[in-house]
Design a protein around this ligand. Structure first.
Ligand code: PLP
Length: 399
């Protein structure tokens, strides 16, 4: 796609952005370049610190022609100046946290979010002298109250794992800007089809590409989108030195998956609405959480901030452990497995005791509020692209 592609629609960008003029053969599909190093025909510095966007390809840990195409596509969808792709969502998450936080700094982070992120923030960062305040980021006021003079970063996940809580990104951006802190949003559950946090004032957007972006459950990846300045700092240090580089093959698979992201997200949402209706009418289901429901406590924010309600649903039933066992043996279509955002439907019981003890360490009011919604556990259902009727029949069989 040519340089005046900025005003093209999101479906056109999902297919064409980044996939241009790199083929030496005239191939219409992007080249897969599985080379770890590149022939050098001009003098270049051996230090990654001296590289910039115009440097030639040298070594795939710094940049690679296939990965660069994926990065351009991601940047186009997130309306970002620049992007780097990494080996996994966690590689992207740890790259951002370690790149921009140092000894003595303070981080404000959603109190319930992806367990890997929650555990890294609570267990690893303090070892490096970084203090961390987990707060309920549904309330901008709580974010504001947690800010200190040393606060260097605010980290949101919206919608968040597993309670599907939202954070008001524009309100958080005002707070972070006033403090001179970076606002980072893990937008994995939303995808750029639903929300574009940079447009709302965030500084960086993190994705697990393993989920909706790749969309087919066959490749792991992560990404960080933001300004040229921030991304160039990340490329020079976090990417090249921490080394969480994505395989060009995975970049190629994810790019292929992303071409259908806009239409997949419409289908995920449509199926999720049908499954949610079935669950709400099922006598054994006690609670159904979906941002697209009027009954979601933040439905107004969801309508304002999301162009698509995504395919992630959480629900609660009595005797969840027995139901989970029936799911493992009796589901015919839905896979009882972790992860999300694939074309296949996936379901998994997120047990409250596990999450509270190992990941979130909630106390007092926060613990009460978690239990009030999640009880002993929530089923996290990633509604896939199968026929909604088959998904409902499958759930009916085990509930
Ligand atoms: C899966 C996930 C991650 C981690 O991504 P990986 O690709 O598994 O490393 C981070 N954040 C969210 C919200 C996720 O769902």
């Amino acid at each position: 796609m040519t340089s005046n592609s900025k005003n093209k629609g999101i479906s056109t960008k999902a297919i064409h952005a980044g996939e241009d003029r790199r083929s030496s053969t005239g191939a219409s599909a992007p080249d897969l370049v599985m080379s770890s190093s590149f022939l050098i025909d001009e003098e270049v510095s051996f230090s990654a610190t001296n590289l910039d966007a115009d440097s030639p390809y040298i070594y795939t840990r710094w940049s690679n022609p296939t990965t660069a195409q994926l990065e351009e596509k991601l940047a186009a969808l997130e309306q970002a100046e620049a992007c780097i792709a990494l080996a996994s969502g966690m590689a992207a998450t740890t790259a951002v946290l370690l790149q921009f936080l140092s000894k003595g700094d303070h981080l404000v982070i959603s109190s319930t979010n992806y367990p890997g992120t929650a555990e890294f923030a609570r267990q690893t960062l303090p070892r490096f002298g970084i203090s961390v305040s987990p707060v309920d980021t549904r309330e901008p006021e709580y974010i504001q109250n947690a800010i200190r003079s040393e606060t260097k970063m605010v980290w949101l996940e919206s919608p968040s794992n597993p309670l599907l809580r939202l954070a008001d990104i524009a309100a958080a951006a005002d707070i972070a800007t006033q403090q001179g802190a970076l606002l980072v949003v893990d937008s994995t559950f939303a995808t750029p089809i639903a929300s574009r946090p940079l447009e709302l004032g965030a500084d960086l957007v993190v994705h697990s590409l393993t989920k909706y972006m790749g969309g087919h459950g066959d490749a792991m990846g992560g990404s960080i989108c933001g300004s040229r300045e921030l991304i160039s700092a990340l490329r020079g240090e976090a990417l090249t030195h921490y080394g969480g580089v994505i395989s060009p093959f995975n970049a190629w698979l994810i790019m292929r998956g992303m071409a259908t992201l806009p239409m997949r997200m419409r289908a995920h949402e449509e199926n999720a609405l049908a499954v949610v209706e079935f669950l709400q009418n099922h006598p054994r289901v006690e609670v159904v959480i979906y941002p697209g429901l009027d009954s979601h406590p933040q439905h107004e924010l969801a309508k304002r901030q999301m162009d698509n309600f995504s395919g992630m649903v959480a629900f609660r039933v009595a005797d969840a452990k027995q139901v989970a066992e029936r799911m493992m043996s009796d589901l015919e279509v839905i896979h009882y497995a972790v992860s999300l955002g694939h074309h296949r439907s996936l379901i998994y019981l997120m047990q409250t005791e596990d999450l509270i003890e190992s990941s979130y360490r909630l106390e007092g009011e926060e613990l009460k509020s978690y239990r009030a919604t999640a009880g002993d556990g929530l089923f996290r259902l990633s509604v896939g692209l199968e026929d909604a009727k088959d998904l409902c029949e499958d759930l009916g069989r085990v509930l």
